[in-house]
Design a protein around this ligand. Structure first.
Ligand SMILES: Nc1ncnc2c1ncn2[C@@H]1O[C@H](COP(=O)(O)OP(=O)(O)OP(=O)(O)O)[C@@H](O)[C@H]1O
Ligand SMILES: [Mg+2]
Length: 179
């Protein structure tokens, strides 16, 4: 049996809009969901997660976990906790993740993993894979955006949100494209 996948594509033109995308994604998430974030350094993974945390109503600011691999943000509103993982330095994958001994139940939390591709997929059969890329042509002379002075081409990101598995088949991902 093949695994179903649905993808929503969104163009995001500023850090504020990236945070807003996170806020718009939050209502689609449920306890036990796994979200993988892929994108180069500075792509906007943490910025998106910050918006998620805001709209989930969790405690503590979402920041880059420099000295810790994972941080648990408990819900202030009776919803799921947000577990924010930076797997950049997580070499061994899931074993190390389990060794983190997080004081929280993953099936009752929303787990967001930066740099988690190829490392933590086993945590959940279904998952949301968000890929953040720089806009094509961003390096072109004049910005590659038709020269709109108010838009900095370096700030434009193309975001692909792919829901993998039955969990995401009718979860309303396509609405993210409506902006
Ligand atoms: N459209 C955009 N979306 C998100 N961030 C943007 C955008 N345009 C510019 N930025 C800037 O890019 C940086 C993104 O930083 P962020 O920490 O979110 O990246 P990251 O993908 O988590 O990086 P790392 O891999 O180091 O964890 C911020 O400084 C932000 O202001
Ligand atoms: Mg980050």
């Amino acid at each position: 049996m093949s695994t179903t996948a649905v993808t929503a594509r969104v163009t995001v033109k500023s850090p504020e809009k990236m945070q807003e995308l996170g806020r718009r994604l939050a209502p689609l998430l449920r306890p036990g969901d796994l979200v993988l974030l892929t994108g180069e350094l500075g792509a906007g993974k943490t910025t998106l997660t910050r918006g998620l945390g805001e709209a989930l109503g969790v405690r503590g600011a979402v920041t880059s976990p420099t000295f810790v691999i994972a941080r648990v943000h408990p819900s202030l509103t009776g919803g799921p906790a947000l577990v924010h993982v930076d797997a950049y330095r997580l070499g061994g994958g899931l074993d190390e993740m389990e060794d983190l001994d997080l004081d929280v139940s993953l099936p009752e939390s929303v787990v967001v993993v930066e740099w988690g591709e190829g490392k933590v997929e086993e945590l959940a059969e279904d998952r949301l894979h968000i890929v953040i890329g720089r806009a094509v042509g961003a390096d072109a002379p004049g910005g590659g955006l038709g020269g709109h002075p108010e838009e900095d081409a370096d700030d434009v990101r193309e975001v692909a949100v792919t829901g993998i598995g039955a969990r995401w088949a009718d979860a309303g991902l396509a609405d993210l494209e409506l902006g």
